[in-house]
Design a protein around this ligand. Structure first.
Ligand SMILES: Cc1ncc(COP(=O)(O)O)c(C=O)c1O
Length: 399
């Protein structure tokens, strides 16, 4: 296969829509020009709508999700602070690792890979912390390595139930702008994302939304920070400027991607992700395979991690699908390397694109020795998409 498009089904970077790519393809701009704020100031406001906050402050750092993780920690905490985290996949593991390397005193709740944020355990640990020594609670909303979405609203309820006033940090790198996220309603203090997933841009921006409480904490927090300083940003951002050279084409791209999201409607974007994901899941189950997410309550609408049969190497599935069918799937990371491959179904996608992903996966699985019936997953997803789209049309007609 040498002609036509490559099919990108990794959970980020995602497909960049043509309108976004065109928007970024411009002569360089003057980032100190008097009208630069006309481009940047509405971006801060519109990102607030995506985070669903009225009172939060948005920061856009050149970097990626990992940089935004670091910005969240280094601006608001002190070396030696006690924090409560959980680990159930490669990304939640890496955030724990960063927190430890930055000098925090981490209690990490280990959960089997395939489950998510252990809300009851958080509640138990927080209830026992009578002196309020735990300064922050961290949660990974969507664990991209295992395709697990956790219940952040339930975590907030648990924190409130025991009256703990730790800051709540949430990694929304693979959820924000694709799966419903409610900064204000869930009383999240620091939400972190990157540009290359639901926001449909290339990797290059680490984006945070920070509550008033976390911003107040940043005024007295003593951890060293420089490039990622909120205070430096706050000196310039209110006028639309940055303390160093910002990646201006990204702002044009972000303008276009936010326009696309709002034209579709944020809630419709979430529904579409659910519809697409459900088709993929039905396809996987029709093959007789299972998801790494070990209960439907954890199923992620942005990425499905698929467990291959024991006699099949998931790495071979990924290599075959790329080399032979020009379709990229995400690999199994760390503990699940070789036993899992991932279909990323987020960003600029539709039903027929997901059918192509399932068709490629079927061929590659068969090539790698899996005894699945060709067409079975595609047919199951087709059935679902036909029904789901008809229902959608019906509800539009009924409005
Ligand atoms: C949930 C999650 N958190 C953090 C990261 C790290 O983000 P980045 O690769 O943009 O630094 C990723 C990357 O895929 C992720 O999926």
């Amino acid at each position: 296969m040498r002609t036509g498009a490559n099919h990108l089904f990794i959970p980020g970077p995602t497909n960049v829509p043509e309108r976004v790519r065109q928007a970024m393809n411009v002569p360089m701009q003057d980032m100190r020009a008097s009208d630069f704020g006309e481009l940047t100031l509405p971006l801060f406001e519109d990102l607030k709508a995506v985070f669903k906050t009225k009172t939060g402050t948005v920061f856009m750092f050149p970097g990626s999700g990992t940089g935004a993780w670091e910005a969240a920690i280094s601006n608001t905490l002190n070396r030696g602070d006690k924090v409560l985290m959980s680990r159930f996949g490669q990304f939640s593991h890496l955030w724990v690792d960063m927190a430890e390397r930055l000098g925090l005193d981490v209690t990490a709740l280990d959960v089997e890979w395939g489950a998510g944020v252990p809300v009851d355990d958080y509640e138990r640990v927080l209830a026992a912390d009578r002196n309020g020594e735990i300064k922050a609670v961290f949660a990974t909303h969507n664990e991209t390595a295992t395709g697990v979405t956790s219940d952040i609203a339930a975590l907030r309820r648990a924190m409130d139930a025991v009256g703990h006033d730790a800051l709540l940090f949430v990694d929304g790198v693979s959820s924000i702008a694709s799966i419903d996220f409610r900064m204000d309603e869930w009383d999240v203090d620091l939400a972190v994302t990157g540009s290359q997933k639901g926001l449909m841009l290339p990797a290059g921006l680490g984006i945070l939304c920070v509550s008033e409480k976390a911003l107040a904490a940043s005024k007295s927090a003593t951890m060293n920070r420089c490039y990622f300083s909120f205070a430096d940003m706050l000196k310039m951002n209110p006028d639309g400027y940055f303390p160093y050279t910002p990646p201006t084409p990204y702002f044009l791209g972000l303008r276009a991607s936010l326009d696309l999201i709002f034209e579709e409607g944020l809630e419709n974007v979430f529904q579409r992700h659910h519809r697409l994901a459900e088709g993929v899941r039905r396809g996987v189950h029709a093959w007789g395979l299972s998801l790494c997410a070990n209960h439907p309550k954890w199923w992620s609408d942005t990425v499905s991690a698929i467990v291959v049969p024991p006699d099949v190497d998931a790495k071979a599935v990924i290599k075959l699908s790329y080399d032979k069918y020009r379709t990229s799937f995400g690999s199994g990371l760390s503990k699940v390397a070789g036993s899992v491959f991932r279909i990323g179904h987020l960003g600029d996608l539709n039903e027929v694109m997901c059918l192509a992903a399932l068709a490629s996966a079927e061929m590659a699985l068969r090539d790698a020795g899996a005894r699945i019936e060709l067409g079975s997953g595609v047919a199951a997803a087709q059935d679902w998409y036909r029904q789901a789209l008809a229902a959608d049309e019906y509800s539009i007609a009924a409005e």
